[in-house]
Design a protein around this ligand. Structure first.
Ligand code: MG
Length: 159
C-alpha cells in the first residue's frame, strides 16, 4: 500500500474515533437531560464508530500497513436541546460521507483496487447513517413535547 493511501486511511481512523467521541459526548448530554432512550441510541452509535476505526485498522494490518491512533481534538459537550444534537449528528454524517468519498478517490488514484473494494462498504454505510439521522431529525421537527418523549422511548429500543 502506498504511503499516501496509508496516511489517508490513518486520517480516517482518527475521524472515526473523533465521531465516536462526538456521539459519546451527545449521549452524556442527553442522559444528563433525562432522555435515556436518545442517550442509549447515541451510545450504540459510539460503539459503531469505534468499530469503523477497528475495521480500517484490521484491514491495514492485513495489507501489511501500519494503523495509527493520532491525537484527537476535543468534541462539543452540550447542545440546546435533543433536536440540535441530532441535527449536528446528521450534519456530521454528511461530512463523514465526503471524507469517505475523498478516500475512495485517493485509493483510485493510487490504483489500489483492494482498498477501493474495502471502502465500498463504508460508502454504503454512509447512505444508511445519513438516512437514519435525518429520519430522527424529521420526526423531532414534527413532534411536540409528548412526541419527543414517545420518540425517546422508541430510540431506547435500538439493539
Ligand atoms: Mg463511521
Amino acid at each position: 500500500m502506498t504511503e499516501r493511501l496509508q496516511k489517508a486511511l490513518n486520517e480516517q481512523i482518527t475521524a472515526e474515533l473523533w465521531s465516536a467521541n462526538l456521539y459519546l459526548s451527545m449521549s452524556f448530554y442527553l442522559k444528563r437531560e433525562g432522555y435515556d432512550g436518545f442517550a442509549h441510541w447515541m451510545e450504540k452509535q459510539y460503539h459503531e464508530e469505534v468499530n469503523h476505526a477497528i475495521a480500517i485498522a484490521h484491514y491495514m494490518i492485513n495489507r501489511n500497513a501500519i494503523p495509527k491512533i493520532e491525537k484527537l481534538d476535543v468534541v462539543p459537550q452540550s447542545w440546546g436541546n435533543p433536536q440540535e444534537a441530532f441535527e449536528d449528528a446528521y450534519k456530521h454524517e454528511r461530512h463523514v460521507s465526503q471524507l469517505i468519498d475523498l478516500l475512495v478517490k485517493v485509493a483510485s488514484e493510487e490504483k489500489d483496487n483492494a482498498t477501493q473494494d474495502f471502502l465500498w462498504r463504508f460508502v454504503r454505510e454512509q447512505v444508511e447513517e445519513e438516512a437514519s439521522t435525518l429520519n430522527i431529525v424529521e420526526k423531532m421537527r414534527k413532534a411536540g413535547e409528548a412526541g419527543i418523549l414517545f420518540l425517546d422511548a422508541q430510540l431506547g429500543k435500538r439493539a
